[in-house]
Design a protein around this ligand. Structure first.
Ligand code: 6R9
Length: 685
């Protein structure tokens, strides 16, 4: 195996190091020599005390486990799966797969024939293990001082009440339930209640517009919609019930009518009396759910029975309903959570993602609860009432593991409790990485830069904190059982130092099994581009030490006069300029070069935009990448359009860059849609 070889080389090169030593610059000189001072060769070592207590404490240990996971996936994963509760064990064959379209239908199965329930494993099993009185969820409301918590036992009781209600209303195994809720405890409760009775949940992020919600209702035809009347985002009230009403009206005109809309009264945002109501269809959660018994038998399901659908946008066309099944997803999210965050029973874990995204499914709800973790849920926005809020929350709950999109700002507060940081959603450029490491983590906490996707269910390429030195901006090495390959245009695997398209060879337990109702699109989108592989849609390079560097979506690659330039590369160069706070780069049509480089740039607070500064920004890119990569246009951006999960919406930036202002599309998922108007007004300044 080529990759195992390159890791071996890597490990050999590290044997000369005193393990976990902290003096980066001296060590760098020892192993790399002076000539290799470029950014990607900067190694950041875990501290000795951290490595000593880590689950995977050395590259050798990782390599041992990784090798076994590749050579004997069935053995590796069934050993882990045996630690979970199964009503009946899986059959003789642990897994089977076909990832090659030329050999027939694409199919992936793990633990088929095994009978289990993920809600049981999250709650009942942890209570049986003595964690009944441990806090499962700490909830922090939008308004400071508004909070609450539930122990594992209390959470189970709430879940059972809702599960009983759903059953009573005729929701059965295999039925779909749409959940349109903000980050209140009822959101994970609703997910778990569906899982308990074998219903398939489809959480729709409560920032989606009525039109988007309608699309999803029409596609998955839910038995019931669970929502709440309103939510506060900072000082703004969002009337969710209105949005649901509009969506359901539209879907009924499309021939799909939903008969039941269970509505939670989110009192701190809006009173019952102020809520629009459709008699006969709408029911208040508080009026009915608490009347149901606090115990509820589990619906045992097959490992390959569907657990949830989660819609994600494709590059074109209607949203894709990514379908995950039960057993493999359960084992995979639990295991990735445990190792990538070096999870210990005493940890307090906070992931800032919303449950409306995959990160909230795998790493707010399932992964952490399967491990019996204490999870912080936050209802609000990171900068309300001010930019210190996140750190206030970290200090208030003594958060030890903090997982976020790398776009937050730090002020005051101690953050002493932190020990592991995580990053997700976008390539984190070396400057942002250093800031996260030095400022947020006080140069003490390893960063798990986790590369993965809605489709992959869980982490694919990620550091294991404490196991090996990190390189700022690199997601490092594959998780157990994952075989990333980099292929060229023709689909040939390339070895060693290289860059190309990131694919995955062989399945892993957390892989999605189909696109809901459209298996053909599943095959075409993900398995036809490079036969035999799952194609991620991302570009990636691998350096001589085997570290992986994600370069962004392949559709974000700009081809300038035949030079392939990752938008992330140009962004990294721009943000290395001391006066540049953030940058987003897109391609635009260019008469001569084919594509030109268009850069949106946010300056450090207080720095005025000037012609000299523009020149020096362009110069930085010329110097770091080459003249061919010099931006054709620098567009000053007081802020960038981002989703609530922190992803820059390049689709919108591309439209602004090419001045296709009437084609901006749906901007309802932006954290702050007014950013768009601001950018347009600055387009030609
Ligand atoms: C988990 C999640 C997936 C896309 C993925 C890639 C980008 C996510 C990343 C990253 C570089 C990381 N992405 N994590 N790129 N480094 N650590 O975000 O899922 O919403 O489906 O997005 O996000 O481009 O293809 P999803």
């Amino acid at each position: 195996n080529i990759h195992t070889k390159s890791y071996l080389r890597h490990v050999e090169s590290m044997k000369i190091l005193p393990s976990g030593a902290g003096q980066i610059s001296e060590l760098k000189a020892v192993i790399l020599g002076d000539s290799l001072a470029s950014e990607e060769n900067d190694l950041v070592f875990p501290s000795q005390p951290f490595s000593n207590q880590a689950l995977v404490s050395s590259p050798q240990k990782y390599l041992e486990m990784y090798k076994r996971s590749i050579e004997d996936p069935a053995g590796f994963w069934s050993d882990i799966a045996s630690e979970f509760y199964w009503e009946k064990k899986w059959g003789q064959q642990v897994n089977s797969e076909n990832l090659d379209v030329t050999k027939g239908k694409i199919s992936i199965e793990w633990f088929k024939g095994g009978i289990t329930n993920i809600c049981y494993n999250c709650l009942d099993a942890n209570i049986k293990a003595g964690n009944g009185d441990k806090v499962a969820l700490h909830w922090e409301g939008n308004e400071p001082g508004v909070d609450g918590s539930l122990t594992y036992r209390q959470l189970l009781e709430r879940v059972c009440q809702l599960a009983n209600f759903l059953k009573d209303k005729g929701v059965k195994k295999g039925d779909t339930v749409i959940i349109y809720l903000p980050m209140i405890m009822e959101l994970p409760i609703a997910m778990l209640a569906c899982a308990r009775i074998g219903a398939v949940h489809s959480v729709v992020f409560a920032g989606y517009s009525a039109e988007s919600l309608n699309q999803r209702v029409v596609d998955c035809k839910p038995k019931i919609v669970i929502t709440c009347n309103a939510v506060m985002r900072g000082k703004k009230i969002i009337d969710l019930k209105n949005i649901v009403d509009a969506a359901l009206l539209e879907s009924s005109q499309n021939g799909i009518s939903v008969d039941l809309c269970l509505t939670f009264e989110n009192e701190s945002a809006m009173k019952k009396e102020a809520t629009k109501w459709q008699k006969g269809r709408d029911i208040w959660w508080q009026d009915v759910v608490p009347k149901y018994p606090t115990t509820c038998d589990v619906e045992w399901v097959d490992a390959e029975d569907p657990l949830f659908l989660l819609y994600t946008s494709g590059s074109t066309g209607k949203p894709k309903g990514v379908l995950h099944t039960t057993g493999g997803y359960m084992i995979y999210t639990a295991t990735t959570f445990k190792y990538a965050f070096d999870y210990k029973d005493s940890d307090i874990y906070w992931c800032t993602a919303d449950c409306g995204w995959i990160t909230g499914h795998s790493y707010v709800t399932y992964g952490p609860l399967l491990n019996g973790a204490t999870v912080v849920l936050y209802e609000g926005v990171p900068n309300y009432p001010d930019s210190g809020r996140c750190w206030e929350i970290v200090d208030k709950y003594n958060v030890t593991i903090f997982y976020t999109a790398p776009t937050l700002y730090v002020t005051r507060h101690s953050r002493k409790s932190l020990r592991v940081l995580g990053s997700v959603g976008e390539p984190i450029n070396p400057s942002a990485w250093r800031w996260f490491y030095n400022v947020v983590g006080d140069s003490r906490c390893p960063i798990s830069d986790t590369w993965w996707q809605t489709e992959t269910g869980g982490f694919m390429i990620t550091p294991l904190p404490g196991a090996w030195p990190q390189k700022p901006g690199s997601a490092t090495f594959p998780f157990f059982g994952v075989q990333p390959v980099i292929v060229d245009e023709k689909g040939n695997e390339i070895d060693g130092e290289c860059s190309g398209y990131l694919c995955v060879k062989s399945s892993w337990p957390g892989a999605f099994r189909t696109l809901y109702g459209d298996h053909e699109r599943y095959e075409t989108t993900y398995f036809k581009a490079f036969a035999g592989y799952y194609f991620s849609g991302d570009g990636c390079s691998r350096d001589k030490d085997g570290y992986h560097w994600l370069t962004g979506r392949v559709d974000d690659v700009i081809n300038v006069s035949g030079h392939r330039i990752g938008t992330a590369e140009v962004e990294s160069a721009l943000v290395s300029h001391p006066q540049c706070a953030e940058a987003a780069v897109v391609g635009v049509e260019h008469e001569v070069k084919g594509q030109g480089i268009y850069a949106f740039v946010t300056l450090v607070e207080g720095v005025p935009y000037s012609e000299d500064l523009r020149k020096s920004l362009v110069l930085v890119v010329r110097n770091q990448i080459g003249a061919f990569a010099a931006p054709d246009k620098i567009h000053w951006a007081p802020s960038l359009p981002k989703t609530r999960s922190g992803k820059i919406m390049r689709r919108i930036l591309r439209k602004i860059a090419s001045r296709q202002l009437d084609e901006l599309g749906d901007i309802s998922t932006l954290a702050d849609p007014s950013v768009v108007d601001q950018l347009i007004s600055l387009a030609d300044s």
